[in-house]
Design a protein around this ligand. Structure first.
Ligand SMILES: [Mn+2]
Length: 383
């Protein structure tokens, strides 16, 4: 199964109409989003990745009237037999582990990368489900193998099961239901109640997840950013050589209040520093992301390699830009004017091939920008 970068996956709906009418507004069912789809990702791939200690995975079973959840990494023996009670295993960030998953995420380029999160894949046996629930984020649910029935609700108010370890709606009322076959896809905006139930013993569903920073997260991280970038001399202390005798020694005098107000008002930020903050915030890698840094490289070898083979972002790398400022995994990159066009291409396509038309001086400048990224393990050559 090969994917074309230009594949359109919204059926008869154009990307533009999708954004105007559906995105963050209402659910959309797309039959045959990809025709004749055959999943190159198998249940075996999932079980293998779920054993990796850096993978984020969950196993959910409904046993004796209770929803139970176990968290990975899992051993082979942790995976229940198919004949047991219905169960589901969910593994996140599959795009960090399998190139096909990364190329699958590329089909969702009509949403900015700053909003795109990961590809989660779940496997379920017949009747396997994670129960009726709602999520805080948008999601595309792509049926990759086997069949799954999706029920959705249009309720505004939900009651939740207090005894359950996972979020379960107890008053779920079905508004619509569909059986999704391989290649079908369902889009759900945040907070729409949904309930997926596997109809077969080999149900694989891809969930394309999105991220949305919270207001509190933005504000508290901005305060951290301001603190990290303070240029105040730490030895500066409060001084009062003109102190007057005061009647009430417990009273904070007006001079002290005025001075402290001035110090607080010295904290300044402008559009430029906020942009730096935004770039860093939105390219912060996922928690626990590890980049291989052991390779050795010189700018001369890097330049020679650049002319021979394409360079790609590490699947875990987040690279975004604001005008001509580039951010990669939480770091701001200093780039010269000639390199900008290549860095934009690298950020947009997640890979670049350098044309030999680039002169020695420009190639060298680009090499100087890319070298630290290579040494940090943020980028690598496609062999
Ligand atoms: Mn969900």
């Amino acid at each position: 199964m090969r994917l074309d970068r230009k594949n359109h996956i919204l059926g008869k709906i154009s990307n533009d109409v999708f954004l105007k009418k559906y995105w963050q507004k209402k659910p959309l069912l797309i039959r045959d989003a990809i025709k004749n789809f055959k999943s190159p990702i198998t249940e075996k791939d999932l079980f293998r990745i779920a054993q990796n200690e850096n993978a984020i995975s969950r196993l959910i079973e409904f046993k004796r009237g209770i929803w139970q959840v176990k968290y990975g990494p899992f051993k082979k023996s942790d995976v229940p037999k198919k004949i047991n009670t219905p169960w589901t295993i969910l593994v996140q960030n599959i795009n960090h582990h399998l190139p096909f998953a990364e190329s699958f995420l590329n089909l969702f380029k009509f949403i900015p990368y700053a909003r795109l999160d990961d590809l989660m894949v779940s496997f379920a046996t017949k009747k396997g489900s994670v129960g009726p629930h709602y999520d805080s984020y948008d999601v595309f649910l792509f049926q990759a193998h086997g069949e799954r029935e999706w029920k959705i609700s249009d309720q505004k108010k939900f009651s939740l099961d207090k005894k359950s370890a996972i979020k379960i709606i107890t008053n779920f009322k079905t508004k619509n239901s569909w059986v999704l076959k391989p290649g079908d896809m369902l889009y759900l905006p945040p907070n729409v109640g949904h309930w997926g139930i596997s109809q077969s013993d080999d149900c694989l569903t891809y969930s394309i997840g999105f991220r949305a920073p919270g207001t509190f997260e933005i504000q508290s991280k901005f305060l951290d950013f301001i603190q990290d970038n303070l240029i105040t001399n730490q030895n500066d202390l409060y001084k009062d050589p003109n102190l007057n005798l005061q009647k009430n020694p417990a009273e904070i005098n007006s001079n002290m209040i005025k001075k402290i107000q001035q110090i607080v008002n010295q904290l300044r930020w402008n559009a430029k520093s906020i942009n730096t903050f935004i770039g860093q915030l939105l390219t912060e890698p996922i928690e626990g992301a590890i980049f291989e840094t052991s390779k050795s490289m010189t700018v001369e070898i890097l330049i020679k390699d650049l002319e021979k083979k394409p360079l790609k972002l590490n699947p875990k790398t987040r690279m975004l830009f604001i005008k001509n400022n580039f951010y990669i995994n939480g770091e701001l990159i200093e780039a010269d004017k000639k390199s900008i066009v290549y860095l934009k291409q690298l950020a947009n396509d997640r890979e670049i091939s350098i044309k030999s038309s680039l002169n020695k001086k420009d190639l060298n400048a680009l090499g100087m920008v890319l070298l630290p990224l290579y040494l940090s393990g943020f980028i690598d050559f496609i062999q």
